[in-house]
Write a protein that binds this ligand. Sequence first.
Ligand code: NAI
Ligand code: MG
Length: 329
Amino acid sequence: MGPSRNHRVGVIGGDGIGPEVLAEALKVIEASGVDLDLVEYDLGGARYLRDGTILPDEILEEWRDLDAILLGAVGHPDVAPGVIERGLLLKMRFGLDLYVNQRPFVMPPDLDMVVIRENTEGTYAGEGGFLRKGTAHEIATQGSVNTRFGVERCVRYAFELAAGRARRHLTLVHKTNVLNFSGDLWQRVFDEVAEDHPGVETTYNHVDAACIHFVESPERYDVIVTDNLFGDILTDLGGAISGGIGLAASANLNPDRTGPSMFEPVHGSAPDIAGTGRANPTAAVLSAALMLEFLGEADAAERIRKACTGSGQMGGTTSEIGDTIAAKV
Ligand code: NAI
Ligand code: MG
């Protein structure tokens, strides 16, 4: 046997607080004893403003050989909305087929849920357009793309995840009473896949009702599976009810491992607090833990998760919180 190969990880600090929280995540990984070969990429709104680069195809190709990507946050106040989101984040999700967006929300003693958001289709697929733009008769459409293939692989992932957890409970969240085409497809696929998983208890919630339950009794949930848009909104709410957006981590997974998966905090670049040292790095640290777990470093991941306990209440600057977590790992 040759020497074991280090994990090759692409690192994108990005904009605003992105590089600040990412530095702490790397500090904590180092403290955990896991060796990574890091490849840094200067991408995001600031890079775009400097030379027009968003995500060149050559870089996307280069990423296919990585084991994972860790991202801080991207988004710059001087860049029009959508440019970086579509050109970098969505291009990465679609190009690397990161079809599952997994977001855990844990708050002892009662709350322990995971939201599985479909990550490549729905209203985010870019279907639609303008007619007569800028006139009084302007029309804008934004279709929701739901393929049998795309829905089924996401739903299957959610069932498999639920089957491996203690409660073995899965909730489909949609809006089937109004979205009678896409919702119908989701519900049928969900019911079919459920037959392959008799050990998983299932239920269904409309997304608006789920918002009430998130606030009033989130402990009812174990695993949730939902579409791209509902999942985006619901997971921000999930962050808000489980200690704040500074703690919410996420994984953009290619479960078939035909390429790297990408790990990032749920929050954005927070230009309002960038450079002040007030950003909580815990979401980035917990995203790094998700990455290590996916790379087979379950022990280090668990130690990092434990070290983050109570970090919502930790005082101090971004780097002081990072130091405290690193010392406990
Ligand atoms: P945001 O998540 O950056 O900030 C929302 C609020 O939460 C702000 O008040 C911010 O100060 C606070 N906050 C965020 N992260 C925090 C942390 N770690 N510790 C303490 N407080 C924190 O969302 P916003 O303001 O809507 O977006 C700012 C920029 O980020 C935009 O350009 C947006 O497009 C981009 N964005 C990027 C994402 C990504 O890189 N995946 C995700 C969401 C937004
Ligand atoms: Mg969001």
